[in-house]
Design a protein around this ligand. Structure first.
Ligand code: CDP
Ligand code: MG
Length: 833
């Protein structure tokens, strides 16, 4: 059978059902939610933010009363005992000395650049200085300050801190807003938000009406959103001469930003930190290998032995100790490391900063060093979790009740967060395992020891092969300096760099800006939806413009998925995608899930893809974990359907109060499942608010249909597709751009002796040595043909070409026309206004 009759009837059914709804719903669903905003250049745009003055005396009176009210509240707090205590803490921060200079510079200039060491009080104090001075001047009700943060967690924690410093609840004069979440009241004057949120706001309100100050924080990180925002703001400043822009940066490359804004004044806040001693690998091996073995001996010989005895033993065992140091080297997998090949970092295996070495250092500090928290910089969530598991009951760390082991990463919840900032009780050693987010945006005050593994997971992008890579790579000198500085907050500290000095010397000064190392699809979509003109022209105005080939790839991708038409104009789908705060591919799945009434399972899949994999793969129980996962997939050849079933099973178990046990039995992370659960809810509200779904029941009439779910997964993940050829002993997988590719071993498809489908769609490919595909779902020819991408100017031929040109059955006479008609109809449905 060339086209399975099943497919025909299914697709037919869906199409008929939806086409009949189409005319009825055309006027409202899924509608374009964007109000038309005045162009930046029109006069209205400029005047409207003067609105309060135009509302006449009554409104002016109200605003004035409000401003006085704000002033009274502020004064009351400042005069209260608690307020004064807080004031004392605040005035001790280095930023305080520069308060007047900062406010003065802001009043005299449209743009200023502020730099200062992390922890000097930029983020918590500067926005507050502005707010306080506006309130003092009885302009409180007129000001609106937005301060952007690159990460959700810092926006939330900083807002909370600033509200506390002002003796208020979050949502009074200080609030925050991050993706899908926020606390913000009607009278909130100072809003901490992620950079993404401000960009989204610009989508609806291009002149930032009513906003008086924009503060862009952590610009030294050169995140893509920040670089993008700077291009937009640079243009906006021309049309809003009274809008103030303050750029804040931790390290000292302020000149770059200053010159981008025509030589804006720079203000540096000299910081105060205690001296920090640095140790590099060569010192560490000597110290820990040496002293750890010495310490073990002391243990063996019993604590009561005198120092003299110990010294003697040490001397006697010198040779043994030397070999212990060698063991430490071996256990750290550093055998390949040859100090003579200084020119090449490749002899140093990226994964070789083994847990053993970190463990050794931690044990050394816990047993031999003075009190103080330890901050360990690791590459990512997975590593943090596995090390945490491993350390939980580590004998060398000593009494487990005396160690407080915490993880700090972007997706931790707020209760975990509080623990990180809290100083533990006397005698308890706090160890925080963190990603590089603890480098600048979060300050843990009681840190005395820093352990720096020298790496960070960094996305990079290979434009030639159009392949994103996510690899732990060496940090920059600036980052190493930052990490080190975290140890000197409260007293002199120590920093253990787990790499040799010469490796440090070969680090780049600064990290490459994200704009130059990531795929640009979401960004290009935003440029289009903000009507910023030609994508290439716009991006050429960036601080450091991306390569034209990367830009071209992104535009091509958006055309393939149907978000842009052949002439680079935003399509209806493109517009709908641009209001959803998820990647275009995930947004497309959500929209199709809504159109095809199988929203519930699609929301689960999308939430799973945006949070992280809930399937745990403990190192020592990998086989068990893999077979647990395989059970969920059954014969479906789909990681996404496996996730869906695992989640549904968990929900059912939760209702029976056995969720925990269910997770334990099936190697699932309850934390991740809960995160998926909450994200799902947020997706639903989002789709409802943007008018794409109305009643939940109605959007789920086809939720049981796994065939359809598979098709929608394909629609989102396409053109992430590889062909499958089953060989006698193996399966050969190929993508158009990369040729042969491999599957990660934890994919259910990696376990199969054969895959009875011609294609796999995948969410992500990662170049390590070979190209590896993460989660995948097997799909049939017909699904790829109908749901893969949009038929564009190239027509059917072009579409086929894109699919690799070898959909054989398609060549049978007569089928082409039928399919093309069906495909066109489907494309139209997706683009429905
Ligand atoms: O932005 P910058 O790195 O210059 O410093 P900050 O984040 O404003 O931090 C200034 C001080 O406030 C530091 O001593 C932090 O430890 C403290 N802080 C806090 O106690 N709780 C927070 N949630 C944030 C900051
Ligand atoms: Mg800061």
């Amino acid at each position: 059978v060339v086209i399975s009759s099943e497919l025909h009837s299914q697709v037919d059914h869906h199409l008929k059902a939806h086409l009949s709804r189409k005319s009825a719903a055309r006027d409202g669903y899924p509608h374009n939610t964007l109000p038309t905003t005045p162009s930046l250049k029109t006069k209205e745009g400029i005047h409207e933010q003067d609105e309060p003055h135009r509302r006449g005396f009554v409104a002016e009176g109200i605003l004035r009363r409000k401003s006085f009210h704000l002033r009274n509240i502020q004064q009351d707090w400042q005069e209260s005992a608690e307020g004064q205590k807080m004031q004392e803490i605040r005035t001790s921060l280095p930023a305080h000395k520069q308060k007047e200079a900062l406010l003065n510079a802001i009043s005299k200039n449209q743009v200023i650049v502020v730099s200062g060491e992390t922890g000097c009080g930029k983020t918590t104090q500067l926005p507050q200085y502005i707010l306080e001075s506006e309130i003092e001047a009885a302009r409180g009700a007129l000001c609106s300050i937005i301060c952007t943060q690159p990460r959700r967690i810092s926006a939330m924690s900083v807002a909370e801190r600033v509200a506390a410093e002002r003796g208020e609840k979050l949502g009074d004069s200080v609030g925050y807003k991050v993706r899908l979440e926020g606390i913000k009241g009607r009278d909130t004057r100072l809003l901490f938000c992620t950079t993404g949120i401000l960009l989204r706001r610009l989508l609806l309100d291009r002149s930032l009406q009513g906003v008086t100050h924009v503060i862009v924080d952590e610009i030294h990180e050169r995140g893509m959103n920040e670089d993008f925002l700077l291009i937009v703001l640079k243009e906006l400043l021309l049309h809003r001469p009274e809008l103030k822009l303050i750029l804040m940066s931790a390290t000292l490359n302020a000149e770059l930003f200053s010159s981008y804004f025509g030589g804006a004044p720079m203000i540096h806040i000299p910081g105060f930190t205690y001296p920090v001693r640095s140790y590099f690998l060569e010192n560490i091996l000597e110290m820990t290998g040496y002293r750890l073995s010495a310490y073990n001996q002391i243990d063996n010989y019993g604590q009561e032995k005198s120092w003299k005895m110990q010294k003697q033993t040490l001397r006697k065992r010198k040779s043994q100790i030397a070999s212990a140091a060698e063991d430490a080297l071996e256990s750290a997998d550093l055998r390949d490391f040859n100090p003579r090949t200084r020119d090449s970092l490749s002899c140093w295996n990226p994964d070789s900063i083994g847990f053993n070495l970190i463990e050794n250092v931690l044990c050394y500090i816990c047993r031999k060093e003075r009190a103080g928290a330890i901050l360990v910089f690791m590459t990512g969530w997975d590593d943090i979790n596995s090390l945490k598991d491993q350390l939980q009951s580590h004998p060398l760390l000593g009494d487990p009740s005396k160690v407080l082991l915490l993880a700090c990463h972007g997706s931790m919840d707020s209760s975990e967060q509080k623990l990180i900032f809290n100083k533990p009780e006397e005698g308890i050693r706090k160890i925080v395992l963190a990603t590089n987010m603890a480098e600048t945006s979060i300050t843990i005050n009681d840190v005395v020891f820093v352990v720096d593994c020298g790496k960070a997971k960094e996305t990079s992008y290979d434009a030639l092969n159009n392949t994103p890579c996510l690899l732990p790579s060496w940090i920059s000198k600036a980052s190493a300096h930052q990490r080190r500085g975290r140890a000197g907050r409260v007293q002199p500290g120590e920093c253990y760099h787990l790499y040799p000095k010469f490796v440090y010397e070969s680090f780049a000064e600064y990290q490459l800006p994200e704009l130059l190392r990531t795929p640009l699809q979401s960004l290009c979509l935003q440029i289009k939806s903000l009507q910023l003109g030609s994508i290439s022209e716009f991006l050429s105005r960036a601080l450091q413009p991306p390569e034209p080939l990367s830009v071209q790839n992104a535009i091509e991708y958006l055309k393939i998925i149907g978000a842009l038409d052949d002439y680079e104009n935003l399509t209806v789908l493109g517009r709908n995608l641009s209001v959803l705060p998820v990647e275009p591919k995930l947004g497309k799945m959500l929209i199709l899930g809504a159109i095809f009434n199988c929203l519930d399972p699609i929301m689960t899949v999308v939430a799973g893809l945006s949070v992280r994999d809930p399937f745990l793969m403990p190192f020592d129980k990998k086989d068990l974990a893999e077979s647990a996962k395989a059970q969920f997939s059954g014969r479906d050849n789909s990681d996404h359907l496996a996730l869906l079933r695992a989640y549904d099973g968990w929900k059912a178990a939760e209702r029976q109060q056995s969720g925990q046990e269910y997770c334990w039995r099936n190697f699932l992370s309850p934390q991740t499942l809960r995160a998926i659960d909450s994200l799902r809810k947020q997706f639903y509200y989002l789709l409802r608010d943007s008018g794409m779904v109305d009643i939940m029941e109605k959007c789920n009439t086809w939720s049981h249909d796994e065939y359809l779910i598979r098709a929608i997964i394909c629609s989102g993940l396409f053109p992430g597709i590889c062909s499958v050829v089953n060989k006698e002993r193996s399966i050969s997988l190929k993508t158009m751009e990369d040729g042969p590719v491999l599957l990660y071993s934890n994919s259910v498809n990696a376990q199969e002796p054969r895959i009875p489908y011609p294609w796999l769609v995948f969410n992500e490919k990662v170049k390590v040595n070979s190209v590896f595909l993460r989660d995948s779902t097997a799909v049939s020819d017909s699904v790829v043909l109908l749901f893969g991408g949009t038929v564009t100017r190239g027509g059917l031929d072009g579409h086929l070409q894109m699919l690799g040109g070898y959909l054989e059955f398609f060549m049978k006479p007569g089928l082409a026309a039928t399919y093309l008609a069906l495909k066109r109809e489907l494309d139209e449905l997706i683009q429905m206004k």
